[in-house]
Ligand binder design. Structure first.
Ligand SMILES: [Zn+2]
Length: 374
């Protein structure tokens, strides 16, 4: 039977990631081992059925094969087993593969621990989550008590730390009336400075990667794997912490936020790759989005094609162009004479595009006409 889920149009889904306390690591790893067994069994079964019958076996059918396993002594809740087979089927479809990669439990190629669960298997009570009845302590940085917890997983990172990744529903805010009440801002995300706003402010972050680059190289040369992992983790956490602070500040200050849809994966292919990966634009946008949803702040991403080149005063494309123009920080418009800070000009264009989009109630994702692509 196909599953039917009713979608409430006023709710949107977010994933929260919360660190679990280390004392559970042994138990979690043990469970992850059994999850891998189930996953590999279902993977193999699914592949055999495909070879024999040229059809894809569904999770309900796989569950008929695994149904007895928990009674036979497999120390996993039957709901967890079902969550594993559902994930397998979903990933098989997503990657268009008849067989997925084996999950390895030991040795240097070990898969990082992963334990999926269904909404019905997770409960929050008195500062702990109960996973299939087992209490797990955590650092509750989000206030989980305020949310209804949905599906998700418990996952391990490269340092052996465990996290609860859980979906929650947050209320979407209805569209504000056109004309916009409240304070609105356009934000341009950049490489030189992290963000520039249409209120003529520029925000820069510490570049954690640059700061630890040398220590990292030393540890790598010495073959100290633990140390390398630790440094990577410090870098990630430092970046994340800064992004949290900045996104919170924006959400507290504004009622309407527009961010340019700068394409990190395209830029990552250029020689600026390191800075781009350091930048964390995607993470910042995700944070801003869910914090806006929570706080009732209007949030939208705006296509930022030409936002740098366009003069925010006269709207003509007189600004610096392409990757070569990246070094130009300030410029004067040849048409109207306005003098611009590159990124602030861009953020003003993003704000204008966002306002247009709201006013018209239609997406401003133009297919630029061939003649004007520069
Ligand atoms: Zn101009």
């Amino acid at each position: 039977m196909p599953r039917r889920t009713k979608v409430d149009p006023n709710l949107s889904t977010r994933v929260l990631r919360v660190r679990l306390k280390d004392k559970h690591a042994a138990w979690l790893r043990e469970s992850a081992f059994h999850v891998n067994q189930v996953f590999n069994y279902a993977n193999e079964l699914s592949y055999k059925v495909w070879q024999r019958e040229r059809r894809f076996i569904g999770s309900d059918e796989i569950d008929r094969y695994t149904a007895g396993a928990t009674r036979e002594g497999l120390p996993l809740h039957s709901q967890t087993v079902q969550a594993v087979t559902q994930e397998l089927v979903a990933r098989r479809k997503q990657h268009r593969k008849v067989k997925l990669r084996w999950r390895v439990s030991n040795g240097p190629r070990r898969s990082l621990g992963w334990i999926p669960f269904k909404a019905s298997a997770i409960r929050y009570r008195n500062g702990q989550v109960f996973f299939s009845g087992k209490p797990l302590s955590l650092w509750d940085s989000y206030g989980l008590a305020d949310y209804e917890l949905g599906t998700g997983n418990l996952s391990e990172d490269a340092r052996g730390r465990w996290y609860l990744n859980v979906t929650i529903k947050v209320k979407k805010r209805p569209k504000p009336p056109t004309g916009l009440v409240g304070r609105s801002v356009g934000i341009d995300l950049g490489l030189k400075d992290f963000a520039a706003t249409s209120d003529a402010e520029v925000f820069s972050l510490d570049k954690p990667y640059r700061k630890y680059e040398e220590a990292l190289a030393v540890a790598q040369r010495a073959g100290k794997k633990e140390r390398v992992r630790a440094i990577h983790s410090i870098i990630r956490n430092s970046r994340k912490d800064q992004l949290h602070k900045l996104s919170t500040a924006f959400v507290e200050e504004y009622d309407v936020i527009f961010i340019g849809n700068v394409n990190a994966s395209a830029l990552a292919k250029t020689r600026m790759a390191k800075s781009v990966l350091d930048a964390g634009w995607g993470m910042f946008r995700t944070m801003a989005q869910y914090k806006c949803d929570d706080a009732g702040v209007w949030f939208d991403e705006v296509d930022e094609a030409f936002s740098t080149q366009t003069c925010s005063c006269c709207k003509r494309r007189t600004g610096p162009k392409g990757l070569e123009g990246l070094g130009i920080r300030e410029w004067a418009c040849l048409e109207c004479g306005a003098y611009h800070h590159r990124d602030i000009n861009s953020s003003e264009n993003i704000l204008a595009a966002g306002r247009r989009r709201l006013a018209e109630g239609i997406p401003v994702l133009p297919a630029p006409c061939a003649a004007t692509v520069g």
